[in-house]
Design a protein around this ligand. Structure first.
Ligand code: UTP
Length: 270
């Protein structure tokens, strides 16, 4: 099924990175010389996306400035830019609320949602691989996390499983270890039916007092199903300091000159 639009929710506060995110959007934190949002954008372009919708807020203007620069220099970046637009999320009321803010720009078609702080290092576009298998049901990227981490994620209750896909009979946002039905966590890549907006509009705040996208996915299971895509590649939670540092080291390690800096660092420590 063709998917031409992606929503980038970039309205979060990024509290785990205070104080830097008081002035710099989390999505603009750098992996060496490119911000996180650049990598997510490249993944979306490689997936064939043509329209890019940023759900942004006060203090996030550097994202717009960055994409202005990319538009003006698309040959340098060797990237097909498509069309970019911005919609505001006036209050950070949660990921589900951020997605709802894009309603009028989506219309009646399925669309993608990507969290730039979930950075996936792989030669293939994770979003592109999902789109190849997308059949119109709601789909999320999923991976196993350690049981201590289940309370940070939306966790699937798996039903049928194949090599790449898992059908969920339920999903729970940030369950306790005791309550989690598995360790299969939702990672920030979604392919959604436009009907999610009707559900989000009626949704009460969930855990943390936020409008949770996971709660909307749960309500839609009887009508739209929920499929997890077990993606390939290494994923970094760049919403956390550990994840961002790890991503920087992995990218540096793939670069001849920067790799030597890491070797020097370990040499000095011996
Ligand atoms: P997070 O749960 O990582 O929240 O959001 P956050 O505010 O960015 O970071 P912390 O937890 O305070 O450190 C997941 C994604 O949802 C977006 C974020 O920008 C991120 O891409 N989001 C979250 C919004 O766009 N709006 C919101 O109200 C909340």
């Amino acid at each position: 099924m063709r998917i031409s639009k992606v929503v980038f929710p970039v309205g979060g506060l990024g509290k785990r990175f205070f104080p830097i995110t008081r002035a710099i959007p989390k999505e603009m934190l750098g992996i060496i010389d490119k911000p996180l949002i650049h990598y997510a954008f490249e993944e979306a372009v490689a997936a064939g996306i043509e329209e890019f919708i940023f759900v942004t807020r006060h203090g996030k203007n550097s994202i717009e400035d960055y994409f202005d620069y990319m538009f003006a220099n698309s040959e340098y970046f060797n990237i097909k830019m498509g069309s970019v637009c911005y919609v505001r999320q006036n209050e950070p009321l949660g990921l589900g609320h951020a997605v709802l803010c894009a309603k009028n720009l989506i219309g009646e078609e399925s669309f993608a949602v990507m969290s730039a702080d979930d950075f996936i290092l792989h030669s293939k576009s994770c979003l592109g691989e999902m789109i190849k298998l997308y059949d119109g049901s709601n789909m999320v990227a999923t991976m196993n996390v350690s049981s201590e981490d289940v309370s940070k994620y939306g966790i699937l209750d798996p039903d049928r499983e194949t090599e790449k896909l898992v059908t969920a009979k339920s999903v729970d946002e940030k369950p306790s270890i005791e309550k989690a039905k598995s360790t299969l966590a939702i990672i920030g890549r979604y392919l959604l039916s436009h009907e999610v907006f009707e559900v989000l509009e009626k949704l009460e705040p969930g855990i943390g007092g936020e409008i949770q996208l996971t709660d909307a996915l749960l309500k839609m299971i009887p009508s739209h199903g929920l499929t997890g895509f077990k993606f390939e590649g290494k994923r970094f939670d760049c919403g956390s300091k550990e994840g961002l540092l790890s991503a920087i080291l992995h990218v540096a390690n793939q670069n001849g000159k920067l790799c030597r800096v890491i070797e020097d660092f370990y040499g000095d420590k011996k």
